[in-house]
Design a protein around this ligand. Sequence first.
Ligand SMILES: O=P(O)(O)OC[C@H]1O[C@H](O[C@H]2O[C@H](CO)[C@@H](O)[C@H](O)[C@H]2O)[C@H](O)[C@@H](O)[C@@H]1O
Length: 377
Amino acid sequence: MTKQNVVVSDCSSRSGMVTVAASTSALFSPPEALAALGGHIVMSEKKLLKRLEAGGGRVNAWVDSMRDSSPSRKKSTTEKEEQNSWILRHPSALRKFGQIISASKGKQIVMFLDYDGTLSPIVEDPDRAFMSREMREVVRDVARYFPTAIVSGRCRAKVYKFVRLAELYYAGSHGMDIKGPSKTKSRKCNKGNQAVIFQAATEFLPMIHEVHKALLEKTNSIPGAKVENNKFCLSVHFRCVDEKRWAALAEQVRLVLSAYPKLKLTQGRKVLEIRPIIKWDKGKALEFLLESLGYASSSDVFPVYIGDDQTDEDAFKVLRKRGQGFGILVSRVAKEETSATYSLQEPSEVREFLRLLVDWKRLPLHARTIGAVNIQQ
Ligand SMILES: O=P(O)(O)OC[C@H]1O[C@H](O[C@H]2O[C@H](CO)[C@@H](O)[C@H](O)[C@H]2O)[C@H](O)[C@@H](O)[C@@H]1O
């Protein structure tokens, strides 16, 4: 992300917003095959790509991958052992809270939160993935003390409707659509209250619109299939589709996509996701937001990213590469490859973690002791 792509409104602008499309010409990557997704031990992207190559990218390979995202509920003894060893490598962020806080000493914590599966539990109907009142309260409290962003695959307007907190940054459509807070603590012009708008893929809007229409037509005969328009990307949900019909659904998606080489397919939790082949993802969105906040090359920042999905791995990787902050993966099951450092099992644990963070920050400076260490910021 270069400086000229970063569009930050200036305080003198009354509208407070500027919309600019990034030049995408330099950002195209070769078409990607279906990305990896979850399982009891989630298959790695490399393995999945191998499988796709072997299958010639055909629908069978897609369906295998769709199955891999739907592990059976019961765990065998080996799976339990794998789970235990995974937990040792990715310990609970609740149990390691002190360690996390110690590492953040003297640095500005910046919070990045995925939505589905992180702030709201996974439910069958994507339109009813509400977050609880308690979760909203704790996120509001977190934002009082730390710059906080929601980073979601959903379109920005939709995720805003669920979260309804004007003091946050929002990065919708997997980070392709970013906006700063419309409500801030101070009226003074400072880095924290600039309204930021960045849209990385505006030129794809007509194409996405066309593909949305085509997918609606092609999938409406498959019971349970749902196509969601996320503005710069699309989701084809198969959570409510009978497994026997997954091949038929994948075939329809493949047929539609075959006419659009500038779109790629990735996979989330029982969802096929279609998006432009630009090099922009949740990791780039995280970097963009840090830059907008004035922390591009600062060593005084401590970003914490919490997410549950394959698409969140891009952000975890960025944190590893920067050697700053931590990724926290929300998952009840072991994932073969994750760049997250810590784990939390489900949204209720995310809420607990956020509450701990707020409670710690509210302590008077002299009392911020974790274990034997006094942690002040
Ligand atoms: O990046 P996220 O905020 O995690 O968004 C990823 C996708 O989340 C939603 O789908 C997922 O949650 C639904 C509601 O719980 C569930 O029904 C679905 O099976 C999950 O895949 C959202 O509907 C998608 O558009 C997002 O891409």
